[in-house]
Design a protein around this ligand. Structure first.
Ligand SMILES: NC(=O)c1ccc[n+]([C@@H]2O[C@H](COP(=O)([O-])OP(=O)(O)OC[C@H]3O[C@@H](n4cnc5c(N)ncnc54)[C@H](O)[C@@H]3O)[C@@H](O)[C@H]2O)c1
Length: 377
């Protein structure tokens, strides 16, 4: 079915990313001919109502099922806790909706494969965050490495740390209104919590975008902080908050990957890659700045500011990379422009994470069964 602009978008979950990223960007004037948010839902109904009112969204619901029944949208961004993404994504696809998944798309490969197959059957498009491959800096790094700028690759490192990031997202978590009192407890619980699915996922996407799929993984993992203090409460943490893994890309080329409770390398976990001719570290190849389109704006305003849809006022609004990923879906649906932020790439990263946990549990290295191709670069 071909759709006419503006694409009608629903949003599932009106928490931090919706309030700080999705709705501020998608309610800006310059996108209104292409996409319009027509419905939002959240089980905290006052939150979905307040979000709808603040950002001029026509309809607010207390559940995704009610929102689906009203049928006022063609595509949906799933912005709920990660452990809910699979069931909600499946429901959306079964209703023939195109879907943008905030990271991570699912928590298991089997779930990811089921969604990919169902989307194919129902002829809907899936875009899965984080769309690291869309970033011009990462594309330049990929080109440099493929062109031999690092010589023979030796090893790489990436990862992220929880720190106290989610407890301290002050504008949405530390107030006393429905839009400012969002409890981050799920980030520390099973299923879907932990730093790998939420944070290390960026570095893993970037690493595999540049180096291609990994072949094997081995890991140690566990819970280090048994509880976290948030606004005077103690939040229980039953999901691993410390995972150290080693990825095998074949031919004795390895990468060290971490997702930990505290302490991290610079560059938001984007990979450091070493070879016989030197190192790529952030935006530098050895002591030279790596050039790419709109580098100046990214240097001034941050990594996401050179993304293709992040222009004008979007450059200054938080979480622009998530807006970019939604616009990738919009362009794919309306103009048949496939995105590089594919569900297959996301599935491979989910395979790495799920297999790392299995390795830690069993004490055995795990073969990775999934793969992905980069088309269009
Ligand atoms: N917070 C960030 O910095 C950030 C950045 C980028 C992407 N993300 C991603 O966005 C997603 C949401 O994260 P967040 O930080 O906004 O979470 P959050 O905890 O701030 O908000 C989640 C919202 O989902 C709602 N919710 C719970 N159950 C639901 C259900 N069954 N249906 C619909 N909504 C439901 C909650 O009431 C809450 O309002 C995650 O995938 C996360 O990885 C978060």
């Amino acid at each position: 079915m071909s759709l006419k602009p503006p694409l009608r978008l629903g949003i599932v979950g009106t928490g931090s990313i919706t309030l700080r990223g999705l709705l501020p960007h998608l309610s800006m004037d310059d996108v209104k001919d292409k996409v319009k948010v027509t419905a939002v839902c959240d089980p905290v109904f006052e939150r979905s109502q307040a979000a709808a009112q603040k950002f001029g969204v026509r309809s607010a619901y207390a559940s995704f099922e009610d929102m689906l029944e009203a049928d006022e949208f063609d595509a949906v961004s799933i912005a709920s806790p990660i452990g809910l993404h699979f069931e909600q994504g499946k429901l959306a696809i079964e209703h023939s909706k195109h879907v943008h998944f905030n990271k991570s798309m699912t928590t298991t490969v089997a779930e990811a494969s089921e969604l990919i197959a169902l989307a194919k059957k129902n002829e809907v498009k899936l875009v899965a965050s984080p769309g690291e491959l869309i970033n011009p800096r990462l594309q330049a790094i990929r080109k440099l490495i493929n062109g031999g700028a690092l010589g023979t690759l030796a090893w790489a490192v990436t990862g992220s740390s929880f720190g106290r990031y989610h407890e301290e997202e002050a504008s949405v978590r530390q107030g006393d209104t429905p839009l400012s009192n969002i409890n981050p407890a799920w980030y520390f619980r099973k299923p879907g919590g932990g730093p790998l699915y939420d944070m290390t996922v960026y570095g893993l996407h970037a690493l595999t975008a540049v180096l291609g799929p990994a072949k094997r993984v081995t890991a140690f993992s566990g819970v280090r902080l048994k509880e976290r203090e948030f606004m005077g409460q103690l939040l229980p943490t039953d999901m691993d908050d410390q995972t150290l893994m080693v990825l095998d890309f074949g031919n004795a080329f390895f990468s060290f990957v971490y997702g930990v409770a505290a302490g991290s390398l610079p560059n938001l976990g984007r990979p450091l890659i070493y070879g016989t001719k030197g190192v790529i570290n952030g935006g530098m190849l050895n002591d030279k700045v790596i050039d790419y389109p709109r580098r100046e704006v990214a240097e001034k305003k941050g990594y996401a500011a050179s993304l293709p849809h992040v222009t004008g006022l979007h450059e200054d609004v938080e979480e622009a990379h998530v807006f970019e990923d939604v616009m990738q879906l919009v362009d794919w649906v309306l103009e048949d422009k496939p995105s590089l932020a594919t569900a297959e790439h996301a599935r491979h990263v989910i395979d790495i994470i799920e297999s790392a946990y299995r390795s830690a549990e069993t004490g055995q290295a795990q073969d990775l069964g999934s793969s992905f191709e980069v088309k269009g670069l």
